[in-house]
Write a protein that binds this ligand. Structure first.
Ligand code: GLN
Length: 449
């Protein structure tokens, strides 16, 4: 794994390499292996994993790829990460991301821009680009990211790995630095669906430290040896067909729908008409929550502090230097949406759209559809230079259309790589199931991979 980390250095996937501590822990685990029998070893005994740099890790800096937290070392560890460590996992790296998980390309980072391992002129996707690239390069066997609006599924699709977003609340968010509390989830990336399920089994479950966490739906997450999709009702939401979707993605979508049919599934059409309002609703809600969450970075309690003659000036200058444009733009917009005179017009309306989107998903599933098959992004990995140009920032959000409504509704979804295009770039598709049907979702994904 360390050799692969070294080889992939130019992709800038890693913010902090934890190799020394890993070597010490690996040696300790080796010694233990002699003493213990097979079942006494933790399920991740000696397995290298990576986590996005917005998960708090005691004693290891946690930067959110921001200047403002570039020297911040938490004194506690996020629950999901702690569970990986307690299972014997080696935390090899904290990975690069868009600053505070705001973005979809991993180019808005104070720690360098992440590149796509398949073609370095392309973006890796984001915001969990570093975690996904670490998996794609074989530097780790699995990685955690955060998925608030597609941030695990989008890069998974661009880099050809499996990217899973759980039902909201299935995995504790304790210690995951908040972007948007009402939608943040801990996502898992790995090369195989079985590995995703293996990690899910370790980290899922209720946590007293996260009041939004729920009991896990089954005691043990275990996938079928040979999952079948026979008799399954697979919905194709035609109004998911967003403008700008490339021909190759549409062709792949219908090719896989045919495969489901050949395997005995019933492929039927589904309707989710409010999808078109998803991006607008998401960004109003996200920015509003961001305005509140980011208030704590004032230069007093955490990390970087600038100078100022008055307290006001100190705040202003700390935030102007410490946070990037994309983050400050969201804080500004969020505060605008939350002004008492604007609240009804933006925030309240966005909440109504959110409810409508969730209801449409529920109606679809209640009509007998087991799973939805959709694209995950508009096209294979876009050009790096285009993405990097801040004039394209708003346009680049168009990619979120396929992933974002899933977060608005709190549902589980997974992106599975299904092929390569002519330029050798990965293509993948997304599966969505009802709330807490995560095991069923992963079984179908395993059939598809
Ligand atoms: N593109 C979304 C955003 O910028 C994704 C965020 C996420 O999932 N962390 O808000």
């Amino acid at each position: 794994c360390l050799e692969r980390v070294e080889k992939a250095k130019d992709l800038q996937a890693i913010v902090t390499l934890n190799d020394e501590l890993c070597k010490i822990k690996a040696a300790a685990l080796d010694a233990k292996r002699e003493e213990l029998s097979g079942d006494e070893l933790g399920p991740l005994h000696g397995i290298p994993v990576a986590v996005k740099d917005n998960f708090s890790t005691a004693g290891i800096r946690t930067t959110c790829a921001s200047r403002i937290l570039s020297d911040y070392v938490p004194n506690y560890t996020a629950t999901a990460v702690q569970k990986l460590l307690s299972a014997g996992g080696l935390l090899l790296a904290k990975t690069n991301m868009d600053e505070f998980a705001m973005g979809a390309g991993s180019v808005e980072s104070h720690m360098g821009e992440v590149r796509n391992p398949w073609n370095t002129d392309r973006v890796a996707g984001g915001s969990s680009g570093g975690s996904i690239v670490s998996v794609a390069c074989g530097a780790v066997f699995a990685a955690l990211g955060s998925d608030t609006g597609g941030s695990v599924r989008n890069p998974a699709c661009f880099c050809g790995v499996v990217g899973y977003k759980p039902s909201y609340g299935l995995i504790s968010r304790h210690g995951l630095i908040s972007l948007e509390n009402s939608m943040d989830t801990v996502g898992i990336a790995a090369r195989y669906v079985d590995d995703v399920a293996y990690i899910l089994d370790i980290i899922a479950g209720w946590d007293a430290k996260d009041s939004t966490s729920v009991k896990r739906p089954v005691d043990k997450v275990q996938l079928d040896e040979e999952p079948s999709v026979k008799g399954l009702n697979v919905g194709i939401p035609y109004d998911f067909h967003a403008p700008g979707t490339s021909r190759e993605v549409i062709d792949e979508w219908s090719r896989i729908a045919d495969e489901f049919e050949r395997a005995g599934a019933n492929v039927v059409s589904a309707s989710l008409p409010s999808t078109q309002f998803g991006i607008d609703a998401y960004y109003v809600l996200c920015k509003s929550e961001v305005a509140s969450n980011m208030a704590r970075y004032d230069g007093i309690e955490y990390g970087f502090r600038s100078n100022g003659e008055s307290t006001e000036q100190l705040y202003a200058s700390t935030r102007a230097i410490g946070l990037n444009d994309a983050v400050r733009e969201r804080i500004l917009a969020g505060n605008y949406f939350l002004l008492s005179r604007n609240y009804k017009k933006y925030y309240e309306k966005a909440q109504k759209v959110r409810r409508k989107i969730a209801n449409e998903f529920n109606d679809t599933f209640n009509s007998g559809i087991d799973v939805l098959l959709t694209p995950a992004v508009l096209e294979p990995a876009p050009r790096f230079d285009w993405f990097k140009d801040s004039r394209n920032r708003v346009k680049s959000q168009d990619h979120d259309i396929y992933t974002i409504t899933v977060n608005l509704a709190g549902l589980p979804a997974v992106v599975v790589p299904t092929g390569l295009n002519k330029e050798n770039l990965p293509i993948g598709l997304q599966l969505i199931t009802p709330y807490l049907n995560d095991v069923k979702l992963l079984n179908i994904a395993k059939w598809l991979e």
